[in-house]
Ligand binder design. Sequence first.
Ligand code: KG4
Ligand code: ZN
Length: 339
Amino acid sequence: MIVLGVESSCDETACAVIAVDDNNIKILSNVVASQEIHAIYGGVVPEIASREHIRRICPVAESALGRAGLSIGDIDAIAWTKGPGLIGALLVGSLFAKGVAVAARKPQVAVSHLWGHLLTALLAEPPVTVPYLCLLASGGHTIICVVEDLYRVRVLGESLDDAAGEAFDKCAVILGLSYPGGPQIDRLARKGNPYAFALPLPQPRGLNFSFSGLKTAFKNIVEKGKKQEPNFVERHLHDLAASIQKAIVDHLINRLENAYKQTGVCNIAIVGGVAANSYFREQLQALASRYHWSVHMPPLPYCTDNAVMIALGGYFKLKAGLTTPPDEIPTPRYPLPNI
Ligand code: KG4
Ligand code: ZN
């Protein structure tokens, strides 16, 4: 089955083509157009995101088909993101996908963005097998769950305030870095000492996450430092980046450890934009040998938002006979365990 995926939930306009044969996944193309324009505003502006999606969706889809060496007639189905996300942005992708589906007489299928992220663990080397304990850490969500089988997700905990990626981005703003700050903190931290500035380990109830206290503690360190030393941030930039990165990653890993102890599931996957963080990947790999975990991390292009994950969701839904009615609409809130 050949599936065209369309993703437009936030600030990435993305289309991808996959071919799946007996669960053997082949990625034929993966085109992601990131909307850099939001950097000047320090975050995503929803109305601008919608307009950018309108501008880019056709060329991105054409490019995805072209790189796959296919035309629309070769596609078996079109998958689009149902939510969660910015409603205007979602509408552009869904209407485009449904329009193409009607014109080309192909089935269309709506897919959860969050479930799509969970499925990217199948793209890890080695690919994950069910059941797996999955930590989804992105700009909008931080969720820990057990993927019992690909269609059944049991949520164990989630963030009570900011998402992990949001914490990276907000702390980057405190350091005067532009949006999105996560990748910049990752890069700067490589030359820094993660133990230079002590930050607390958040301990919200159960297997939940909380990042707002960390952000405040970090802000206090920076403000106090600036009072004592005017160019405090410039002088300690690498150490500050390494310290906040360690604090965020320690919290994520602590929850994974606790979730493992509670469930006994030792297939561990991390997905979402924050799963691209190099320190997180290293630390997780280091811990894996202690607990005999089998760790599965998708290649970097499939951690951040992409349409391969939506195409994958489309494939698995159609395979199970889960069809989408023609009048299905996207929704800004579409929490797991919805798929
Ligand atoms: O999954 P994603 O592309 O979009 C959402 O679904 O939200 O995640 C984007 C988030 C941003 O907050 C970004 O700063 C963060 O992932 N991110 C990173 C890294 N790459 C992306 N955070 C830390 N280190 C990275 N290397
Ligand atoms: Zn995402």
